[in-house]
Design a protein around this ligand. Structure first.
Ligand code: 1HN
Length: 318
């Protein structure tokens, strides 16, 4: 039992601290570090990964490990900060994935929400989501919302490559992780490409034709994905010679290059990108994109989380 009289009668702050310690109280005036600061700061760094490097690494992995052993043959983009072994950003993780001809990646489901941007596939590469087979085409965005069963297969003659995006780090933070395995690949009940979980490059380009540039200099469309509660998905067009304004936002963003070339300035660095490259942009970095060739950028943002919680802020710096 605590000697509450001794506690109440503590002679000085030092004694009081000694008495509070074993009770696992920390006096606010003894805090090691401030718990509040003026504006967002993050340990996560703006960083870029090259698709060419990922492809070479995945091709090697294709010789060295099969999809059954690997579960998914993917290369995670781990933000290079101390102590981090997984996350690309505070809330999101992204990975390049490859599946060889004749392979299947068995069906599973998990509470984290997932989606992919298809890069290079020949025909007959597919995802089966909740029994619906969706054949992949380059430039597709495919959704596998939290707890939907999903597995992949490649009946074609060439490897299939895509980029995965998941809110696993957010689930790690909040801890509602659930994960189930199917025995093998879920049977196909229906095959279609006309489904709310598929956004084709053709429909993206058609919609962009009518899109207006917003007040922040972004000509982009939002993919209408109500099944994805934690992410907002955008396709942004930037023509050769154009730049966006310099923007700062509370959201964490992942950008993958669907087509074109250009540069992104963030955190005092300039990243030079081309098709398939992926850039992570942590909260509150001033970001400016410039295209040197007509470009299409896919953006995965955790903005809905910030909006839902009342934390969203966006400002132009120019
Ligand atoms: C996952 O389920 C897939 O289904 C890919 O292809 C990447 C990364 C972390 C957790 C689950 C997939 C993943 C993943």
């Amino acid at each position: 039992m605590t000697d509450r009289t001794a506690l109440a009668d503590a002679a000085n702050l030092e004694d009081l601290r000694e008495l509070l310690n074993p009770l696992e109280f920390m006096a606010g005036w003894n805090k090691h570090e401030p718990s509040l600061w003026k504006e967002p700061r993050t340990q996560f760094r703006p960083f870029m990964w090259h698709y060419g490097d990922a492809k070479a690494g995945l091709d090697a992995a294709g010789r060295l490990i099969n999809a059954e052993q690997a579960e998914r043959r993917n290369l995670f983009m781990v933000n290079p900060i101390e102590g981090n072994h997984y996350a690309s950003l505070r809330t999101l993780v992204t990975a390049y994935q490859m599946i060889l001809p004749g392979e299947t990646a068995r069906t599973h489901r998990h509470s984290p929400n997932a989606l992919r941007l298809v890069m290079d596939v020949a025909d007959k590469c597919y995802t089966i989501v909740d029994g619906i087979r969706i054949d992949m085409e380059p430039g597709d965005v495919l959704l596998t919302p939290g707890m939907s069963w999903h597995g992949h297969g490649n009946d074609g003659s060439r490897p299939g490559y895509w980029i995965d995006y998941l809110d696993v780090p957010l689930v790690h933070l909040l801890e509602p992780m659930f994960f189930d395995l199917w025995d093998g690949l879920q049977p196909v009940e229906q095959t279609t490409r006309d489904h709310p979980f598929v956004f084709t490059l053709a429909s993206t380009r058609a919609q962009l034709k009518d899109a207006k540039t917003d007040d922040y200099g972004r000509k982009r469309i939002q993919l209408d994905a109500p099944s994805m509660p934690t992410t907002a998905l955008y396709m942004q067009e930037l023509l050769a010679g154009q730049s966006t304004r310099t923007l700062r936002s509370t959201e964490n963003q992942i950008i993958s290059v669907v087509s074109g070339r250009g540069t992104t300035q963030a955190g005092g660095e300039t990243f030079q990108w081309e098709r398939g490259d992926t850039i992570v942009l942590p909260t509150w970095n001033a970001v400016r994109h410039t295209a040197s060739e007509d470009a299409l950028l896919f953006c995965v943002s955790d903005l809905p989380v910030h909006e839902k919680l009342g934390f969203a802020r966006l400002q132009a710096e120019d």
